[in-house]
Write a protein that binds this ligand. Structure first.
Ligand code: ADP
Ligand code: MG
Ligand code: MG
Length: 894
């Protein structure tokens, strides 16, 4: 580390860093440098690198020896640019100390403003600004923030003191307090510090500065930050940078302000400046939601029906400057920006810019429009959308026909609708979710301590805070519906109630929130499936142009098949026929079939099932018109269908002409110790060929019928489950082929079909070369393959898998993302060996992994032909497949 550069300066139209240096400078520092380089008005400062953070933790929380001198030099540089000197009692430079990791972590790390103030410098600031109120207001803010962040004194103490003071004086708003009021309060605040800390509030600016820098590094390891990193897969090793920046003041009266703005609407994607600001305030006021902010544009103000003036009207010059700058930033970064700014006596200063978080809906619209505007290419647009985020668009909304009993209205903070029981705290939300209940988390406002509750809840409702409050920002990121700032609601945490006027609801009562319009509704309101926007179709079209993998769906019911087609599925990759037998009218003959003592009994029960099964397939083939449909023969252990109650047993016994006692005996025979590895899959077809024959007949007769009716060819793919080698496969295949011959003869129709197998046992991967001699396709059943390769039963994994992933023994849950090193290796072997005997063998995957973006990437890499996933995940898989293809192109070019 000798000779390492620990500090990078910025300001006055130049910087030592730039936007590409996020790893070293953190996102905030890199972009402050970039904005300086662009010549934008950025208060000068410097960034202490993330390497110092790493050093700090590697060396018992100490700083590199030469850091102090480097920081002093950087502060001297700031003095040159500002004409003020840090620590100078007569002409003090005040700074902010701001954290900034590589990835933005909203609200996770704390910022200290107005650092450098003390009993002496506060007077100098008052004199220099000619505004004693401003000076003392800044000082009290500094003591509060510094005490909270650095000295670990609960800010509640200061708030209490302030509230008491206001009450005694009959004052309501902070803005009503005079210089003398704040001066008095500063005295009280210092008393609080002395009492809580046992020593005085630090007066030495150098001590203040190093205390704050250390606190920023320490906060990297606080519980909230750790939790956030865990939820967002951010490694602890990245560390955070610290930015020290000269202060600009939004609290210098009516010509000063602070605000947050997005270059496009982060909720809808609309191409219009969007944001909020507060006059005579400092940054933390906006985020904390203590005062309700004002709109930036006049249009937004009118739309919201607000009675407070917009920035456009109240500060036209600063507004024009903001518009100029946002145009520059968006063109430069070629993406929607989230900007923080402060106006000091009419002059606008930029304090932050970054790519803005947005809803999936906004992400689509923005990506498509940026491409149409020529700022990015179509492929870049495809790469801009996180496949998993599409889930948000597939969220339900409120049925327009449903009655809306509106309890109250708040801000439409994050779109989509959700219904659930009211809970008032995050631990309860988490517990309820575990118990299988749906909840809406209701809070006055949320803080990073609520992340787990927000995760567990269907939706979030707050009574305070604007569109950029913690609740709103985090909910949008999570894709959860959120209504914020519903100010008419009174929450009583102690009683567990919320009330609006005369209406009182208690914990456990149902409410529905509509985050798209900000409504809070009584009861559980009916939802409807989402409608997809034009941009969705356009972007999917671009994705389809670049991807190689085809995407099919796992579907049995006509409804699922239709959904799958609507979402662009190119066939059915897995039709689980057993799912078709659980219906009321099916389970009866199914039970007869299973429990029949002989061939004859089985055949007569199967004869009842045949027409129903045939009709199922006719509907599927008709919906999927001309697209491939893979049908898997009966797979699960038979005992899953057994009758349980005495009444059920009696019915089956009567139908079979046996006693209940005999039936119970037969059922007991079917008991298995480990059904997952028991009498299931092709083992059923081998023991009871008549089952496979009935299913094959139903498939072929349906194919003939549907082809005739639709005029489109039907090419069924019959799939034999759970083979361990070629003998099983050939045996079952010969029965299927014979049935195809029979149906051809009987109907006189042409019949094309394929017979293939599901590869879901390690042995089948190893024997793939032989199996492929007769099998015309492989579908990797990665659910079972994961269970059998890892020897982990998915249903029993809950008790230990979490600790495995937490400790890094497994990189991620192997049932969600394919275990590349193990299961992936087996798939590769299966692919290679299968292709040896049949180069054009059709290869697919049909486990849950087919809808997981990372696993789709793997399938692309190993050259499968298609993935098959649940209908709602089809768009996700299409996009993930496109990104995998683009990634490959990029890797080749780079
Ligand atoms: P966060 O990461 O939580 O957004 P920031 O470091 O961006 O924290 O600080 C929060 C707010 O504090 C900023 O949006 C800005 O309003 C205010 N702020 C930070 N530094 C300065 C500064 N040098 N001058 C004026 N305000 C500042
Ligand atoms: Mg913060
Ligand atoms: Mg910020």
């Amino acid at each position: 580390m000798a000779g390492a550069k620990w500090v990078y300066t910025f300001g006055d139209g130049k910087a030592e860093g730039e936007a590409g240096m996020k790893n070293l400078l953190g996102g905030k520092g890199a972009n402050l440098a970039e904005m300086s380089n662009l010549g934008l008005p950025v208060p000068p400062g410097f960034t202490i690198t993330t390497e110092v953070c790493t050093y700090y933790y590697d060396n018992g929380k100490s700083f590199p020896a030469d850091l102090d001198a480097t920081v002093k030099a950087a502060l001297a540089g700031m003095a040159k640019l500002t004409g003020k000197t840090f620590g100078d009692p007569a002409n003090p430079l005040l700074v902010s100390v701001r954290s900034g990791a590589r990835a933005s972590m909203p609200g996770m790390m704390d910022t200290v403003l107005n650092l450098g103030l003390n009993d002496v410098t506060v007077a100098a600031v008052a004199t220099a600004s000619g505004d004693a109120r401003f000076a003392w207001d800044s000082y009290r803010r500094f003591i509060t923030m510094y005490s909270n962040v650095v000295l670990d004194i609960d800010h509640g103490h200061f708030e209490e003191a302030l509230e008491d003071y206001k009450e005694r004086k009959g004052l309501h708003l902070d803005t009503e307090l005079s210089a003398d009021d704040w001066k008095l309060l500063v005295g009280k605040y210092k008393d609080i510090v002395r009492k809580e800390l046992g020593k005085d509030f630090p007066q030495d600016p150098q001590e203040q500065l190093w205390g704050a820098v250390g606190a920023v590094f320490s906060s990297w390891m606080n519980a909230r930050a750790i939790k956030y990193r865990e939820l967002n897969s951010i490694p602890a090793s990245w560390g955070t940078a610290v930015n020290v920046q000269s202060m600009v003041f939004g609290n210098m009266g009516e010509t000063s302000a602070t605000g947050v703005a997005f270059t496009r609407n982060p909720s809808t994607g609309e191409n219009a400046l969007y944001g909020e600001f507060l006059i005579n305030a400092q940054g933390e006021d906006v985020v904390a939601g203590i005062r309700t902010p004002q709109d930036i544009t006049e249009a937004a103000k009118i739309e919201a029906g607000s009675d407070k003036p917009s920035m456009e009207k109240a500060m036209p010059e600063a507004y024009a400057e903001l518009c100029r700058i946002y145009g520059i930033l968006e063109k430069h970064y070629r993406d929607m920006q989230d900007m923080e700014f402060t106006i000091q006596e009419g002059k606008l200063w930029m304090l932050q810019t970054r790519s803005g978080k947005r809803t999936a809906k906004a992400a689509l619209k923005i990506a498509v429009e940026l491409a149409q505007e020529g700022l990015i290419s179509e492929s870049e647009a495809v790469g801009r959308i996180e496949p998993g985020a599409l889930d948000q668009l597939l969220h339900p909304t409120i049925d327009p026909k449903a009655e809306r009993r509106v309890l109250t209205i708040g801000l439409p903070a994050s779109p989509g609708a959700a219904a659930g029981e009211i809970v008032f705290n995050s631990d309860e939300a988490e517990a309820a979710k575990k118990a299988g209940r749906k909840v809406i988390l209701v809070r006055v406002e949320t803080s990073p301590e609520d992340i787990h509750g927000m995760h567990a809840a269907e939706g979030i409702l707050t009574t305070r805070g604007g569109m950029t409050s913690h609740a709103a920002v985090v909910a949008r990121g999570m894709g959860k519906p959120c209504v914020s700032g519903a100010g008419q609601i009174r929450v009583d945490y102690a009683k567990g109630t919320l009330s609006v006027g005369p209406t009182t609801l208690k914990a456990g009562d149902f409410i529905t929130i509509d985050g798209s319009v900000g409504q809070v509704l009584l009861g559980e309101v009916k939802m409807q499936k989402p409608e997809l926007s034009g941009e969705f179709g356009i972007l999917m079209g671009w994705a389809d142009k670049v991807r190689h993998l085809r995407v099919r769906a796992n579907a049995e019911t006509p409804e699922d098949a239709r959904t799958a087609r609507d979402f662009g599925a190119e066939g059915i990759g897995l039709c689980r026929t057993e799912h078709m037998f659980f219906d009321e009218d099916r389970i009866q003959p199914m039970r007869e079939m299973i429990l029949a003592g002989d061939d004859k009994g089985r055949r007569s029960a199967l004869a009842k099932l045949l027409p129903m099964q045939r009709q199922d397939f006719v509907s599927l083939f008709t919906i999927m018109q001309g697209l491939p449909v893979t049908i898997r023969l009966l797979d699960p252990p038979l005992h899953e269908f057994l009758p349980h109650t005495e009444a059920e047993i009696a019915v089956v016994a009567r139908a079979l002409g046996v006693t209940a006692e005999q039936l119970r005996h037969r059922a007991a025979e079917l008991h298995e110790f480990n059904p997952m590895l028991g009498f299931r899959g092709c083992r059923l077809a081998i023991a009871y060929p008549e089952i496979a024959e009935m299913q094959a007949r139903a498939i072929f007769e349906a194919a003939v019928k549907a082809a005739k009716e639709t005029g489109k060819p039907v090419i069924p793919e019959v799939m034999v489950p759970l083979v361990m080698g070629v003998p099983e496969f050939d045996l079952v295949k010969s029965r299927i082929d014979a049935m195809a011959e029979a149906v051809k003869k009987e109907t006189g129709a042409e019949l094309s079909y394929q017979v293939g197998t599901m590869i879901e046992l390690p042995r089948a991967c190893l024997r793939a070369q032989e199996i492929a001699k007769t099998a015309e396709f492989f579908s990797f059943g990665t659910n079972d393959l994961t269970q059998t390769a890892l020897g982990i039963s998915r249903d029993d994994a809950g008790s230990f898998l979490g600790s495995y992933t937490a400790r890094g023994i497994l990189a991620s849950d192997p049932f969600i993302t394919i275990d590349r090193d193990g299961v992936g290796e087996l798939v590769k072997i299966g692919v290679e060996r299968g292709r040896k005997s049949r180069p054009d063998i059709k290869l697919g995957i049909c486990g849950e992994h087919g809808g997981d973006p990372a696993s789709v990437g793997f399938c692309h890499e190993v050259g499968l032909d298609y993935v098959s996933c649940s209908p709602f995940r089809v768009p996700i898989a299409r996009l993930a497949a496109a990104q995998a293809a683009l990634g490959e192109v990029k890797a080749k070019e780079g």
